[in-house]
Structure formats: C-alpha cells, structure tokens
Design a protein around this ligand. Sequence first.
Ligand SMILES: Cc1cc2nc3c(=O)[nH]c(=O)nc-3n(C[C@H](O)[C@H](O)[C@H](O)COP(=O)(O)OP(=O)(O)OC[C@H]3O[C@@H](n4cnc5c(N)ncnc54)[C@H](O)[C@@H]3O)c2cc1C
Length: 245
Amino acid sequence: MAQKQFQLVLQAARMITPRVRELTFVREDRSPLDYTPGQFITLFIESGGERLRRSYSIASIPGSESEEIRIAATYVEGGRATARLFKIEPGERIQAMGPFGRLVLREDPPGRYLLVATGTGVTPYRAMLPELERRIDLEGFHVELLLGVRGPEELIYGDEFTAFASQCNAFTFRACYSREQPERAGEFEHSGYVQGILPNMALNPERDIVYLCGNPTMIDEATAFLTENGFSMRNVRREKYVSSN
Ligand SMILES: Cc1cc2nc3c(=O)[nH]c(=O)nc-3n(C[C@H](O)[C@H](O)[C@H](O)COP(=O)(O)OP(=O)(O)OC[C@H]3O[C@@H](n4cnc5c(N)ncnc54)[C@H](O)[C@@H]3O)c2cc1C
C-alpha cells in the first residue's frame, strides 16, 4: 500500500542535551498526524544530490501536543541526515511519510512493563505516558523505565520522567551511565550498559512485558538474555535504530 507523504514545517528547535536536538514540526496542511504512541515517521532529506530516508520516533504526547510532531535527533559524527537536522531553522520544510512501527502498547493483562531504551530510544515512551498513566490507575500495571546514556547530562526528557515518577508510585525511572559513575549510585542510578541491569530486575517471564528501543547491540544483548531466561518473543517488543544506506 502506498504510504501517504506530507510536508512538515519546522516550528521550533532546541538542544535538550549536549548531543540531542529536539525538532517540533507541524504539517503544512495543518492536519494532525494520526499516530499511535511508539510509532515513528520517515523524513526525506536531501544530501549531496541524494534523497536520504531516515526514521525518527515521535516524541509528542497525544492530547496536549497532538497538533505537532516532535522528534529528537542525536548528533552523529559524519552523519548525513543529522548534519541537516542540526542546521534546519524554523520555517523550513521537510517531506515526510508515516507513521510506521509496531512498538506500541497492546491489550495486555495487568503486569509489569519494563521499558528499556538507549538515548533517543526513550522518546516513544514519552509519547506513551498518558496511556501508561491510565493503565497504572485503572488496570493496576507497574512500569519501570530504564534509560541508558553516557552520563547524567544526557538524560533525554529526564526531568519529565522524574516528575512523573514522583507523582506515581507505580512508575519507576532508572538511569544507567555507560561512561560515568553516578554521584548518587543506588536504587535509581547505575553505572554500565542498560541491558546489564536486567539480571537485577527480578524478572518474571510470565507477567513482565519488555519494550526495547534504540541501539541495536543493546537490543540484541537484551533479547538474548530475556529469551535465555524464559521470555517468549510475544512479550519482547523491539525497535532497532539501525542506520540506513
Ligand atoms: C525505526 C527507527 C527509528 C529511529 N528513531 C530515531 C530517533 O528518534 N532519533 C535518532 O536520533 N535516531 C533515530 N533513528 C536513527 C536515524 O534514522 C538515523 O539512522 C540517524 O539519525 C543517523 O543518520 P545519518 O544520516 O545522520 O547518519 P549516516 O550518514 O547514515 O551514518 C554516518 C555514520 O555514522 C554511523 N551511525 C549512524 N547512526 C549512528 C548512531 N546513532 N550512533 C553512532 N553512529 C551512527 C553510521 O554507521 C555511519 O558510519 C531511528 C532509526 C530507525 C530505523
């Protein structure tokens, strides 16, 4: 089926960590994008006479931000698309297509969601927050968000997740720093790769549902650990940020 393309206009841009630029677009035709939290869009980016296709998860929270399409792009050294995404200014246009992706919340029996991300892989979980809140309140879910970054200055939307966790006992936010020892090492801050704390999570393959998003190596290692420990792939949902040609 041919996917619908549309033109995006950049409304606002800001650095949200030293290496991540958040871009807020609206559709040129002003119609909202009908997406499910967890999905991504594909951008067409002109670079050196080539038309690149690059995908970015939608970070926008439905409801309060439903008119806009917000993405967060990590700076990649020598990256062709990110060179453009770090220079684009409000008012400029980019062609896009989507939404796509199956890293979405499904009908699940109450249990625990483990939402695991590296870097900007956390943005789909931001978009899921209202639905997670509803499931926590009405259906008795527990949610543990595990975010792996290099150090504390790279906690993408960290303030928002911390605020959500402080209002909601059934939501826990843990950070893992791959290049630094946390100052306040303990229950919520860890050192090492994020997949390295899965063995300490008292996993229950019958009731836990795991979402993995971001770096492909993290996803492969986490998947291997989970399947070795009794998880069925029905309960492991993944979105790999593989780079394209
Ligand atoms: C479904 C999906 C969703 C995605 N969502 C996001 C998102 O929300 N935010 C986001 O920032 N990216 C996301 N990505 C990755 C994104 O699509 C691009 O691959 C990324 O921005 C790099 O593109 P580029 O053209 O700048 O780099 P390229 O020119 O393609 O690559 C340049 C060099 O950098 C390497 N490289 C590529 N990506 C990375 C990386 N992340 N880290 C280190 N080295 C890299 C390449 O192997 C290559 O050697 C997603 C990918 C997929 C498939």
